[in-house]
Design a protein around this ligand. Structure first.
Ligand SMILES: [Mn+2]
Length: 363
Protein backbone atom coordinates (compact mmCIF):
# COMPACT_ATOMS: atom_id res chain seq x y z
CA UNK A 1 0.00 0.00 0.00
CA UNK A 2 1.40 3.40 -0.92
CA UNK A 3 0.06 6.91 -1.27
CA UNK A 4 1.36 10.32 -2.27
CA UNK A 5 0.42 13.57 -0.58
CA UNK A 6 1.00 17.26 -1.18
CA UNK A 7 1.74 18.89 2.18
CA UNK A 8 1.23 22.64 2.54
CA UNK A 9 0.45 25.08 5.36
CA UNK A 10 0.32 28.75 6.31
CA UNK A 11 -1.24 30.00 3.08
CA UNK A 12 -2.95 32.99 4.80
CA UNK A 13 -5.47 33.55 2.03
CA UNK A 14 -6.78 36.80 3.49
CA UNK A 15 -3.45 38.63 3.83
CA UNK A 16 -3.88 42.36 3.34
CA UNK A 17 -0.55 43.15 1.60
CA UNK A 18 -0.97 46.66 2.96
CA UNK A 19 2.68 47.57 2.42
CA UNK A 20 1.97 47.63 -1.31
CA UNK A 21 0.19 50.48 -3.12
CA UNK A 22 -3.61 49.85 -3.08
CA UNK A 23 -3.99 48.53 -6.63
CA UNK A 24 -1.05 46.12 -6.31
CA UNK A 25 -2.28 45.01 -2.87
CA UNK A 26 -5.67 44.26 -4.36
CA UNK A 27 -4.02 42.29 -7.17
CA UNK A 28 -1.98 40.30 -4.63
CA UNK A 29 -5.10 39.52 -2.58
CA UNK A 30 -6.75 38.18 -5.72
CA UNK A 31 -3.63 36.18 -6.59
CA UNK A 32 -3.88 34.33 -3.28
CA UNK A 33 -6.80 32.40 -4.74
CA UNK A 34 -4.63 31.52 -7.74
CA UNK A 35 -2.02 30.29 -5.29
CA UNK A 36 -4.60 27.89 -3.86
CA UNK A 37 -5.50 26.78 -7.41
CA UNK A 38 -1.79 26.33 -8.21
CA UNK A 39 -1.31 24.17 -5.12
CA UNK A 40 -4.18 21.94 -6.24
CA UNK A 41 -2.79 21.78 -9.81
CA UNK A 42 0.63 20.88 -8.41
CA UNK A 43 -0.96 18.01 -6.47
CA UNK A 44 -2.79 16.82 -9.58
CA UNK A 45 0.27 17.19 -11.85
CA UNK A 46 2.37 15.22 -9.37
CA UNK A 47 -0.29 12.51 -9.17
CA UNK A 48 -0.89 12.99 -5.49
CA UNK A 49 -3.72 11.07 -3.83
CA UNK A 50 -4.64 13.84 -1.40
CA UNK A 51 -3.70 17.30 -0.12
CA UNK A 52 -2.75 18.01 3.50
CA UNK A 53 -3.21 21.59 4.76
CA UNK A 54 -1.67 21.91 8.22
CA UNK A 55 -3.37 25.11 9.28
CA UNK A 56 -3.56 28.86 8.63
CA UNK A 57 -5.43 28.56 5.39
CA UNK A 58 -6.50 32.03 6.31
CA UNK A 59 -5.37 34.53 8.86
CA UNK A 60 -8.30 36.31 10.42
CA UNK A 61 -10.20 34.57 13.17
CA UNK A 62 -13.42 36.42 12.42
CA UNK A 63 -15.73 34.81 9.86
CA UNK A 64 -15.27 36.22 6.38
CA UNK A 65 -17.94 34.70 4.19
CA UNK A 66 -16.50 35.85 0.87
CA UNK A 67 -13.21 34.09 1.48
CA UNK A 68 -14.87 30.97 2.90
CA UNK A 69 -17.20 30.66 -0.07
CA UNK A 70 -14.49 31.24 -2.67
CA UNK A 71 -12.16 28.82 -0.90
CA UNK A 72 -14.87 26.16 -0.76
CA UNK A 73 -15.52 26.67 -4.47
CA UNK A 74 -11.82 26.21 -5.34
CA UNK A 75 -11.38 23.17 -3.07
CA UNK A 76 -14.57 21.69 -4.53
CA UNK A 77 -13.15 21.94 -8.07
CA UNK A 78 -10.81 19.00 -7.56
CA UNK A 79 -11.61 15.36 -7.00
CA UNK A 80 -8.64 15.08 -4.62
CA UNK A 81 -9.45 14.62 -0.95
CA UNK A 82 -8.24 17.61 1.10
CA UNK A 83 -7.49 17.27 4.81
CA UNK A 84 -7.33 20.44 6.90
CA UNK A 85 -6.07 20.97 10.43
CA UNK A 86 -7.16 24.47 11.60
CA UNK A 87 -4.45 26.62 13.22
CA UNK A 88 -4.39 29.47 15.72
CA UNK A 89 -5.37 32.07 13.13
CA UNK A 90 -8.10 30.04 11.44
CA UNK A 91 -9.36 28.03 14.41
CA UNK A 92 -12.53 26.00 14.19
CA UNK A 93 -15.61 27.39 15.94
CA UNK A 94 -19.32 27.55 15.34
CA UNK A 95 -18.79 31.10 14.02
CA UNK A 96 -15.82 30.32 11.78
CA UNK A 97 -15.93 29.92 8.01
CA UNK A 98 -15.27 26.22 8.66
CA UNK A 99 -18.76 25.95 10.19
CA UNK A 100 -20.59 28.60 8.22
CA UNK A 101 -19.45 27.57 4.74
CA UNK A 102 -20.75 24.59 2.81
CA UNK A 103 -17.72 22.44 1.93
CA UNK A 104 -17.73 19.82 -0.80
CA UNK A 105 -17.49 16.19 0.27
CA UNK A 106 -13.76 15.89 -0.58
CA UNK A 107 -12.87 18.38 2.18
CA UNK A 108 -12.18 16.92 5.64
CA UNK A 109 -11.69 19.31 8.55
CA UNK A 110 -10.25 18.24 11.91
CA UNK A 111 -12.54 20.18 14.20
CA UNK A 112 -11.31 19.11 17.64
CA UNK A 113 -8.08 19.45 19.59
CA UNK A 114 -8.42 15.74 20.38
CA UNK A 115 -6.87 13.53 17.73
CA UNK A 116 -9.34 12.02 15.25
CA UNK A 117 -8.64 9.43 12.57
CA UNK A 118 -9.93 9.28 8.99
CA UNK A 119 -8.95 6.05 7.20
CA UNK A 120 -7.93 6.81 3.62
CA UNK A 121 -6.58 4.47 0.93
CA UNK A 122 -5.24 2.02 3.49
CA UNK A 123 -3.51 4.79 5.45
CA UNK A 124 -4.72 6.25 8.72
CA UNK A 125 -4.92 10.05 8.49
CA UNK A 126 -4.88 11.53 11.97
CA UNK A 127 -5.35 15.16 12.85
CA UNK A 128 -6.39 17.70 15.44
CA UNK A 129 -7.14 21.40 15.20
CA UNK A 130 -7.31 24.63 17.14
CA UNK A 131 -10.77 25.62 18.44
CA UNK A 132 -9.60 28.95 19.85
CA UNK A 133 -6.58 31.21 19.41
CA UNK A 134 -4.53 29.02 21.70
CA UNK A 135 -4.08 25.31 22.15
CA UNK A 136 -1.98 24.94 25.26
CA UNK A 137 -1.50 21.20 25.43
CA UNK A 138 0.07 18.66 23.12
CA UNK A 139 -2.45 16.39 21.41
CA UNK A 140 0.52 14.08 20.77
CA UNK A 141 1.12 13.39 24.46
CA UNK A 142 0.50 9.68 25.06
CA UNK A 143 -0.53 9.16 21.43
CA UNK A 144 0.48 6.06 19.55
CA UNK A 145 -0.62 5.24 16.01
CA UNK A 146 -2.05 1.86 15.07
CA UNK A 147 1.06 -0.31 14.51
CA UNK A 148 -0.44 -2.25 11.64
CA UNK A 149 -1.13 0.72 9.41
CA UNK A 150 0.88 3.39 7.68
CA UNK A 151 -0.13 6.69 9.17
CA UNK A 152 -0.01 10.43 8.63
CA UNK A 153 -0.92 13.19 11.06
CA UNK A 154 -1.68 16.87 10.42
CA UNK A 155 -0.93 19.30 13.20
CA UNK A 156 -0.57 23.05 13.39
CA UNK A 157 1.99 22.99 16.15
CA UNK A 158 5.08 24.55 17.68
CA UNK A 159 7.88 21.98 17.88
CA UNK A 160 10.22 22.10 20.90
CA UNK A 161 9.21 25.66 21.77
CA UNK A 162 9.12 27.25 25.21
CA UNK A 163 5.95 29.13 24.19
CA UNK A 164 3.02 26.98 25.41
CA UNK A 165 0.28 28.75 23.40
CA UNK A 166 0.48 27.17 19.96
CA UNK A 167 0.13 23.45 20.39
CA UNK A 168 3.51 22.73 21.98
CA UNK A 169 4.83 19.35 20.87
CA UNK A 170 8.19 17.72 21.53
CA UNK A 171 10.53 15.57 19.48
CA UNK A 172 10.16 12.85 22.19
CA UNK A 173 6.40 12.77 21.61
CA UNK A 174 6.98 12.49 17.86
CA UNK A 175 9.50 9.68 18.40
CA UNK A 176 6.94 7.80 20.51
CA UNK A 177 4.04 8.40 18.09
CA UNK A 178 4.72 5.56 15.66
CA UNK A 179 3.50 7.82 12.81
CA UNK A 180 4.96 7.40 9.33
CA UNK A 181 4.79 11.16 8.63
CA UNK A 182 3.80 14.20 10.67
CA UNK A 183 2.67 17.11 8.46
CA UNK A 184 3.33 20.28 10.43
CA UNK A 185 2.28 23.90 9.99
CA UNK A 186 2.79 27.18 11.93
CA UNK A 187 6.46 27.97 11.21
CA UNK A 188 6.59 30.00 8.01
CA UNK A 189 10.21 29.15 7.25
CA UNK A 190 10.53 25.72 5.66
CA UNK A 191 12.44 23.07 7.61
CA UNK A 192 14.17 20.09 6.07
CA UNK A 193 12.47 16.79 6.94
CA UNK A 194 13.60 15.58 10.36
CA UNK A 195 13.38 12.06 11.78
CA UNK A 196 12.46 11.34 15.40
CA UNK A 197 12.20 7.63 16.22
CA UNK A 198 10.59 6.12 13.14
CA UNK A 199 8.66 9.29 12.28
CA UNK A 200 9.58 11.86 9.65
CA UNK A 201 8.17 15.35 10.11
CA UNK A 202 8.56 18.71 8.34
CA UNK A 203 7.28 22.26 8.11
CA UNK A 204 6.79 23.14 4.41
CA UNK A 205 6.81 26.88 5.27
CA UNK A 206 4.46 29.28 3.53
CA UNK A 207 3.87 28.43 -0.16
CA UNK A 208 4.53 32.03 -1.31
CA UNK A 209 6.24 34.91 0.47
CA UNK A 210 3.99 37.76 1.56
CA UNK A 211 6.41 40.07 3.36
CA UNK A 212 10.14 40.77 3.48
CA UNK A 213 10.36 38.33 6.40
CA UNK A 214 9.42 35.58 3.91
CA UNK A 215 12.05 35.94 1.19
CA UNK A 216 13.37 33.46 -1.35
CA UNK A 217 12.03 30.32 -2.95
CA UNK A 218 8.83 28.87 -1.52
CA UNK A 219 6.82 25.74 -2.19
CA UNK A 220 5.40 22.61 -0.62
CA UNK A 221 6.41 19.04 0.17
CA UNK A 222 5.48 15.99 -1.84
CA UNK A 223 5.36 13.04 0.55
CA UNK A 224 5.31 9.45 -0.68
CA UNK A 225 4.41 6.82 1.85
CA UNK A 226 5.17 3.25 0.82
CA UNK A 227 7.72 0.81 2.20
CA UNK A 228 9.66 3.92 3.13
CA UNK A 229 8.71 7.59 3.40
CA UNK A 230 10.10 9.99 0.79
CA UNK A 231 9.75 13.73 1.23
CA UNK A 232 10.68 16.09 -1.62
CA UNK A 233 10.46 19.86 -1.84
CA UNK A 234 8.41 21.14 -4.76
CA UNK A 235 9.05 24.84 -5.53
CA UNK A 236 5.97 26.80 -6.56
CA UNK A 237 6.53 29.47 -9.17
CA UNK A 238 4.82 32.30 -7.35
CA UNK A 239 6.05 35.80 -6.78
CA UNK A 240 9.14 35.99 -4.62
CA UNK A 241 9.99 38.55 -2.00
CA UNK A 242 13.66 39.51 -2.27
CA UNK A 243 15.96 41.87 -0.39
CA UNK A 244 18.89 43.19 -2.44
CA UNK A 245 21.75 45.14 -0.88
CA UNK A 246 23.58 47.55 -3.15
CA UNK A 247 26.57 49.60 -2.08
CA UNK A 248 26.67 52.81 -4.10
CA UNK A 249 29.94 54.27 -5.32
CA UNK A 250 30.40 57.99 -4.62
CA UNK A 251 30.20 60.03 -7.80
CA UNK A 252 28.59 57.22 -9.84
CA UNK A 253 25.02 57.37 -11.14
CA UNK A 254 22.78 55.61 -8.62
CA UNK A 255 20.17 54.56 -11.19
CA UNK A 256 22.65 52.81 -13.46
CA UNK A 257 24.43 51.17 -10.49
CA UNK A 258 21.13 49.78 -9.15
CA UNK A 259 19.90 48.86 -12.59
CA UNK A 260 22.97 46.78 -13.37
CA UNK A 261 22.84 45.08 -9.93
CA UNK A 262 19.28 43.74 -10.31
CA UNK A 263 19.00 40.00 -10.98
CA UNK A 264 17.83 39.19 -14.53
CA UNK A 265 14.74 37.18 -13.54
CA UNK A 266 13.00 39.51 -11.10
CA UNK A 267 10.11 40.80 -13.24
CA UNK A 268 7.45 38.99 -11.18
CA UNK A 269 9.08 39.62 -7.81
CA UNK A 270 8.68 42.15 -5.04
CA UNK A 271 12.00 43.73 -4.20
CA UNK A 272 13.35 45.70 -1.33
CA UNK A 273 16.57 47.41 -2.39
CA UNK A 274 18.76 48.59 0.47
CA UNK A 275 21.25 51.23 -0.60
CA UNK A 276 24.42 51.50 1.43
CA UNK A 277 27.76 53.24 1.16
CA UNK A 278 28.87 56.86 1.16
CA UNK A 279 26.68 58.88 -1.17
CA UNK A 280 25.82 62.56 -1.38
CA UNK A 281 22.16 62.86 -0.27
CA UNK A 282 21.50 65.67 -2.78
CA UNK A 283 22.20 63.18 -5.60
CA UNK A 284 19.80 60.54 -4.28
CA UNK A 285 16.11 60.92 -5.11
CA UNK A 286 14.44 57.73 -3.86
CA UNK A 287 11.02 58.41 -5.41
CA UNK A 288 12.58 59.14 -8.79
CA UNK A 289 14.65 55.92 -8.56
CA UNK A 290 11.58 53.86 -7.60
CA UNK A 291 9.64 55.27 -10.54
CA UNK A 292 12.52 54.80 -12.99
CA UNK A 293 13.01 51.16 -11.91
CA UNK A 294 9.29 50.39 -11.68
CA UNK A 295 9.14 48.25 -14.81
CA UNK A 296 11.91 45.90 -13.66
CA UNK A 297 9.83 44.06 -11.03
CA UNK A 298 6.25 43.69 -9.85
CA UNK A 299 7.09 46.17 -7.12
CA UNK A 300 10.27 47.85 -5.88
CA UNK A 301 10.75 49.69 -2.64
CA UNK A 302 14.06 51.35 -1.90
CA UNK A 303 15.44 52.08 1.53
CA UNK A 304 18.20 54.60 1.81
CA UNK A 305 20.83 53.39 4.29
CA UNK A 306 23.61 55.49 2.76
CA UNK A 307 25.49 58.09 4.73
CA UNK A 308 26.92 61.37 3.48
CA UNK A 309 30.52 61.28 2.25
CA UNK A 310 32.91 61.90 5.05
CA UNK A 311 35.79 64.30 4.96
CA UNK A 312 38.44 61.80 5.92
CA UNK A 313 41.09 64.48 6.40
CA UNK A 314 39.25 66.49 9.07
CA UNK A 315 41.50 65.23 11.90
CA UNK A 316 44.72 66.38 10.19
CA UNK A 317 46.73 68.55 12.56
CA UNK A 318 44.93 67.21 15.63
CA UNK A 319 47.11 65.99 18.46
CA UNK A 320 45.52 62.55 18.33
CA UNK A 321 46.31 59.08 17.02
CA UNK A 322 43.98 59.82 14.08
CA UNK A 323 45.82 63.08 13.35
CA UNK A 324 49.25 61.41 13.42
CA UNK A 325 48.03 58.51 11.26
CA UNK A 326 46.54 60.87 8.66
CA UNK A 327 49.71 63.01 8.53
CA UNK A 328 51.73 59.88 7.72
CA UNK A 329 49.35 58.97 4.90
CA UNK A 330 49.34 62.56 3.62
CA UNK A 331 53.16 62.55 3.42
CA UNK A 332 52.99 59.41 1.30
CA UNK A 333 50.25 60.94 -0.86
CA UNK A 334 52.51 63.90 -1.66
CA UNK A 335 55.11 61.55 -3.09
CA UNK A 336 52.65 59.12 -4.75
CA UNK A 337 53.69 58.35 -8.30
CA UNK A 338 50.25 57.88 -9.91
CA UNK A 339 46.45 57.88 -9.40
CA UNK A 340 46.48 54.17 -8.62
CA UNK A 341 48.78 54.70 -5.68
CA UNK A 342 46.78 57.74 -4.55
CA UNK A 343 43.54 55.70 -4.58
CA UNK A 344 45.23 52.96 -2.57
CA UNK A 345 46.50 55.44 0.01
CA UNK A 346 43.07 57.04 0.36
CA UNK A 347 41.59 53.59 0.89
CA UNK A 348 44.28 52.90 3.50
CA UNK A 349 43.24 56.13 5.26
CA UNK A 350 39.58 55.03 5.29
CA UNK A 351 40.40 51.53 6.59
CA UNK A 352 42.73 52.98 9.20
CA UNK A 353 40.13 55.50 10.43
CA UNK A 354 37.47 52.79 10.60
CA UNK A 355 39.83 50.58 12.62
CA UNK A 356 40.76 53.46 14.97
CA UNK A 357 37.07 54.27 15.54
CA UNK A 358 35.99 50.66 15.95
CA UNK A 359 33.76 50.93 12.87
CA UNK A 360 33.04 48.37 10.20
CA UNK A 361 35.55 48.31 7.34
CA UNK A 362 34.39 50.49 4.41
CA UNK A 363 33.21 48.67 1.24
MN1 LIG B 1 0.10 29.54 13.43
Amino acid sequence: MSAKFLHTADIHLDSSFDRLPPEKASQRREEQFNLLRNIISAAEDNRCDAILIAGEKKKKTSPSFGIGTRTAEILGNTALPIFISPGNHDFFSSRSAYSLTKWSSNVHIFSSPEIACIPFAGINIYGAGFVSQELTFSPLRGFHADNNQKSVMLLHADLNSSDPRYCPITSQEIAASGLSYLALGHIHLRTEPQTFGETICAYPGCPEGRGFDETGEKGCYIVEIGDSVNVNFLPLRGRRMEIIDISLTPGHDALSEISSSLPPDCAQNILKIRLTGEYAPENLDIVRLENALGGRAFHIEISDLTHPPRNIWSAIGNDSLEGVFLSLILDKLDSAKDDGERTELELAARFGLAALNGEEAPK
